[in-house]
Design a protein around this ligand. Sequence first.
Ligand code: CU
Length: 168
Amino acid sequence: MGLVVGSVTLVLLVADRGPTSNSGAYGAISCSAPRLPGSTVTVRVTDAGDSMMSQAPMMATLGVDRTSVPAGRVSFVVPNAGALVHELVVLPLPTDGPGTRPTGADGKIDESQSLGEASRSCGSGTGDGIAPGSTGWTTISLQPGRYELVCDQPWHYAAGMFDVLTVT
Ligand SMILES: [Cu+2]
């Protein structure tokens, strides 16, 4: 009789521990941007994974949801729908047009004229890149002109990750 009671007590203790509470703790960081000031431009970045033959992604794209915004504060929201880490860097449009920047031996372009960057997972401004499934954002003030929005992860610009935004 005493043994049976003991067994029941043990079962209750195990059951009481229940499902572990850490489910999801190691999942992808997913989030959406908070309400941001000024005009908002969503810059979608995606890819088809790594190429087996080179360091460049097989296919990678960067695209804006609107091609023109009024001058002033512009908030960029950058959801990463791809399998690779991406980012957004805002630069003046080169005189030769979009996609004409030279790529260095490291697969990167010259970012010295950067006006702002979104490269943080679930956060604002500069970080280590926006992880797959995550979103980064930043708010900058832009004067009228034409700008090139690029991803400068190695070889991503050369793979086609650029688009144009006109500020009026
Ligand atoms: Cu990229």
